[in-house]
Design a protein around this ligand. Structure first.
Ligand SMILES: [Zn+2]
Length: 183
């Protein structure tokens, strides 16, 4: 049976396309924050990715944001895929929250009285610490395989605009993804 891969790539649903775009923008957002932190010594930055770009929030100028995004894209496209992973990403927090919740459920399962639950308190603390440790590599892997995609060869920066959010500078870096990247 012959399969038409070319046709298959055209049959992505709008949601799938959006997920592909968000993962690539998320990788570029992290890489831009890495560049701003290392090259421009910027601190307390945050970002948020959507399907057609990403936001950068923090004390920086539009020129710094633009230069950082351009350099980040070039570095990712030249194979520096580790830039797509950021330790401060919300993915890590979500994974840590999930792991500690599962640990608490396991530790407290079958404890029906308040006294029984308190008796397990020190176990719960140990279990939570263990889960926080376990969650770190899991969070990194969740970023690597689920929430980001460092393969950004078809991604282009279309422009950047500046605004303010809660009194702080906020920039939107608009991107677009060329069709052949949809694989
Ligand atoms: Zn992130």
């Amino acid at each position: 049976m012959m399969e038409n891969n070319g046709l298959k790539t055209r049959l992505k649903t709008p949601i799938e396309t959006m997920v592909i775009q968000i993962r690539k923008n998320h990788a570029l957002e992290h890489a831009s924050i890495h560049v701003l932190e290392t090259k421009y010594q910027k601190k307390c930055l945050s970002g948020y990715s959507i399907y057609n770009g990403f936001f950068l929030m923090g004390n920086l100028t539009i020129q710094e944001a633009k230069d950082a995004a351009d350099l980040a894209l070039a570095r990712l496209q030249h194979g520096e895929k580790q830039l797509a992973i950021h330790p401060g990403c919300g993915t890590n927090l979500a994974v840590t929250g999930f792991c500690t919740a599962v640990g608490a459920m396991i530790t407290l399962s079958g404890a029906n009285s308040r006294k029984e639950r308190w008796n397990r308190f020190s176990t719960l603390v140990s279990m939570s610490s263990l889960m926080v440790m376990i969650s770190k590599p899991l969070g990194i892997n969740a970023q690597k395989y689920i929430t980001t995609d460092a393969e950004v060869s078809g991604l282009r920066i279309m422009g950047i605009s500046a605004s303010e959010l809660f009194g702080k500078p906020c920039f939107f870096v608009e991107t677009s993804l060329t069709f052949q990247e949809f694989h």
